[in-house]
Write a protein that binds this ligand. Structure first.
Ligand code: AMP
Ligand code: GLY
Length: 441
């Protein structure tokens, strides 16, 4: 069996690992952005190139015929890689360019929700220029707004009032900056609550959800410091989260389902791949922060490490529009994922620092990301280096496993000790309890 994998972070390492572990005759062809030694070891063919250059990837797919392709990150989707591969006759896990606008254009996503009356959207307005901005900001209140550049900005395009923006003047300056880069922008109501990720497999008919996951964006303990790509994440054995009820998750699932159907209706095209709703539980119920058209990173490591059904079969069923719950089975286990990152990350992550993972006890739960290998020695490459996952009956036990494993990794690196600890989870539960209590007053 031959599969093309596009991308080379820990998320893609997790995809590569499960494909190779579950299917003995797997021939993996990886078109990578970086030299990920973990994926390289598993792949029959491994080429580093520009994953956003559709022509280069298509050429690779021509040379190495495959049954289907999986596109890991969002940027190639925006460049129309899924469209090009389908044209070549290669089915793709990952939506076509137009459908991927659900992630690549914030205004498109909000307008779609409005048009199809999908619940969970905050008040928002789309702006082409500065006209009317101040009025809307004042309307939302001094600490009540979020400003988002429309397109993909690698996590740098969103500024939250009270966190990144401290006055209307700062807010207007940011809007001018975005406008100067020729982008439109969305201003929306700031939502207060607990964020969570609910990803689903889409077969063009239905969204089959995965366990809920909570990511941690801030670099340092106690949710302090700059935003990162995600420092770690956890999921619970019951596939909900300690601060979410089954009804909350059902509300989020329905939103994902409605969005998939709205997209298909809009473009008369099937959505094949992952739809990842980034939600927030507020005092008024479940609201939507944004959507992504791919697996989350680190969330992919949480869910793929407990997927019991065969992932290649699941992918085939998505492509054939024939997914069933039996093909989307997850073990009733909790997971905690922690990222080990180089000193200075995210602003100025140390590069070329030696990293020693030889003492790790369970390498099957270790996923390599931004690292290089030279003569058997790993070196940091500036971004998130290694993800470690603990799997156990409870979040607390999974945290202990992940933490013990992280401590076996040596180098000029750091991680968040607090992710998955009962102290942090109790805080989340308490915050949610207080928010909800407020709504009943
Ligand atoms: P995004 O790039 O849309 O995921 O935004 C990055 C982060 O900004 C999210 O993880 C949230 O923490 C925050 N954010 C985005 N939109 C909102 C909103 N409407 N209210 C509160 N926080 C938000
Ligand atoms: N976990 C955040 C993301 O994948 O976008």
């Amino acid at each position: 069996m031959n599969v093309l994998l596009v991308g080379s972070g820990a998320r893609e390492h997790a995809i590569a690992k499960i494909l190779c572990a579950q299917t003995s005759a797997m021939q993996l062809n990886c078109f990578a952005a970086t030299h990920n030694p973990g994926i390289k070891k598993l792949a029959a063919n491994f080429l580093v190139g520009n994953i956003n250059n559709v022509h280069e990837v298509v050429e690779f797919a021509r040379q190495h015929p495959v049954e289907f392709a999986i596109i890991g990150p969002e940027a190639p989707l925006e460049h129309g890689l899924a469209d090009a591969l389908w044209r070549l006759g290669v089915p793709v896990i990952g939506p076509k360019q137009k459908l991927a606008q659900i992630e690549t254009s914030k205004s498109f996503a909000r307008d779609l929700m409005k048009k199809y009356q999908i619940p969970g959207a905050p008040r928002y307005q789309v702006f082409q220029d500065i006209k009317g901005v101040e009025e809307f900001l004042r309307d939302l209140g001094e600490e009540g707004y979020v400003i988002k550049a429309n397109g993909l900005m690698g996590g740098k395009g969103v500024k939250v009032a009270g966190e990144h923006l401290h006055s209307f003047d700062e807010a207007l300056d940011f809007c001018r900056q975005v406008q100067a880069s020729n982008q439109i922008f969305v201003i929306e109501e700031k939502l207060i609550g607990q964020e969570f990720s609910l990803m689903g497999f889409c077969d063009g008919k239905q969204v089959f959800i995965m366990p809920c996951v909570q990511d941690h964006k801030r670099a340092f303990q106690g949710d302090r410091g700059p935003n990162t790509g995600g420092m770690g994440s956890y999921s619970d054995a019951n596939h909900l989260l300690p601060f979410l009820s089954a009804q909350d998750v059902e509300a989020a699932r329905q939103i994902n389902q409605q969005v998939m159907l709205a997209l298909q209706n809009e473009f008369d095209e099937k959505y094949i791949g992952i739809l990842y709703g980034s939600f927030i539980a507020t005092r008024n119920g479940i609201a939507v922060i944004e959507f992504n058209a791919r697996f989350g990173d680190p969330e992919a490591m949480n869910v793929l490490s407990i997927l019991e059904s065969n992932f290649a079969d699941l992918c085939r069923a998505m492509i054939n529009n024939s997914l069933t719950t039996n093909l989307v089975r997850f073990a009733p286990m909790a997971t905690v994922c922690k990222y080990v990152v180089p000193e200075g990350y995210p602003d100025n992550g140390l590069k070329n620092a030696a990293l020693d993972i030889s003492a790790v006890k369970n390498p099957s739960q270790l996923y390599l990301a931004s690292v290089n290998e030279q003569e058997g020695q790993l070196f940091t490459a500036g971004s998130r280096a290694v993800a470690v996952v603990g799997v156990a009956k409870t979040i607390t036990e999974a945290e202990v496993l992940a933490e013990a494993e992280v401590m076996r990794i040596r180098g000029r690196v750091f991680h968040r000790e607090d992710i998955g600890t009962s102290a942090l989870i109790q805080q989340r539960i308490e915050q949610m309890r207080m928010l909800r209590a407020g709504s009943e007053l």
